[in-house]
Ligand binder design. Structure first.
Ligand code: GUN
Length: 296
């Protein structure tokens, strides 16, 4: 058996078309262009790539994109001042501060300074709390993208055993929460395994749906999954490859070639979760505008 490919790129493109139509409607009916501010501190190469992709996605969806590239030595006070300015700016409906921040800057202080109504990353503790108790709020983009990929490729979630590999604040932990919520799009039995888990393979082999978000190249091997599993690979790891033009290539957290022989469906890297994350960011920015206007 070879798995069905869960094509994140195609799902993302379909959603971006819907989002662009909504942006055009907000403009024609309400005279508002959705505005997204992206703040990057320093020169982390991966972050630079993400920020560039966000700018491109904004342009394609006809959003207003406001990019702030600050030097690595920017002070916490200066960054907080910029966040305050963006909070007060009517043209801005979403604010994203790219993580990780330089070590000198207190990340939690910066996230706390973002107006929860513009927190399109869903990282502000107020929004994390709302998500936790199942209230409507901005859902963090990568986990929300994973859930959309499952739903839009027709994967039944209710009653299934979902095993999540990794417990980060950005992916693993919010996914545990979202998929265990009491609603028709979730209702899963969720287990999270991590670096301190004993007998990891015993647990991952029970997964009906396995989500890999550990940040370790090819750590999920074929012996760790059962036949017919659905696999979503959140990992984006750079590995050296002298034959590649850039000197490296991207691999996921899953040994794709081996696992696809056992899986019923699997998402690739690249072309899986990556394009979905930015799509959900655009989606949250549209939601922010609609909430501000008090429309559906
Ligand atoms: N760094 C890695 N993923 C993310 C994300 O989803 N949002 C932000 N702000 N930074 C990140």
């Amino acid at each position: 058996m070879s798995a069905k490919i869960i094509d994140g790129k195609a799902i993302a493109e379909q959603m971006r078309t819907e989002i662009k139509t909504q942006a055009q409607e907000l403009k024609s009916k309400h005279g508002i262009t959705p505005g997204l501010a992206v703040v990057l501190v320093g020169e982390d190469p991966a972050s630079q790539v993400y920020v560039r992709m966000k700018g491109k996605a904004c342009a394609e969806a006809e959003f207003f994109s406001d990019e702030h590239k600050l030097p690595a030595e920017t002070s916490e006070a200066d960054l907080l001042e910029l966040v305050a300015k963006l909070n007060a700016d009517d043209k801005i409906h979403g604010i994203l501060v790219q993580l990780p921040l330089p070590k000198r800057i207190d990340e939690s202080k910066v996230l706390l300074a973002i107006d929860p109504a513009k927190d399109v990353d869903g990282f502000h503790p107020t929004n994390v709390g709302k998500m936790m108790v199942g209230q409507e709020t901005f859902l963090p983009c990568t986990p929300h993208g994973v859930v959309q990929m499952l739903i839009r490729s027709g994967v039944e979630i209710p009653g299934k055993h979902v095993v999540i590999v990794g417990r980060s604040n950005i992916v693993g932990r919010p996914l545990m929460n979202m998929l265990s919520q009491k609603n028709d799009r979730a209702n899963a039995t969720v287990t999270c395994v991590h670096t301190r888990t004993r007998n990891m393979t015993e647990i991952t082999r029970q997964a009906d749906i396995l989500i890999a978000a550990a940040g370790r190249p090819k750590m999920v091997t074929a012996d760790m999954v059962k036949d017919g599993v659905v696999v979503i690979d959140v990992g984006v790891n750079r590995v050296d490859d002298p034959t590649a033009k850039r000197g490296y290539r991207l691999v996921g957290d899953v040994d794709f070639e081996a696992v696809k022989e056992k899986a019923a469906a699997i998402s690739p890297v690249p072309g899986g979760v990556g394009p979905m994350t930015i799509t959900m960011l655009l989606y949250n920015t549209i939601t922010s505008v609609k909430t501000k206007l008090g429309i559906e």
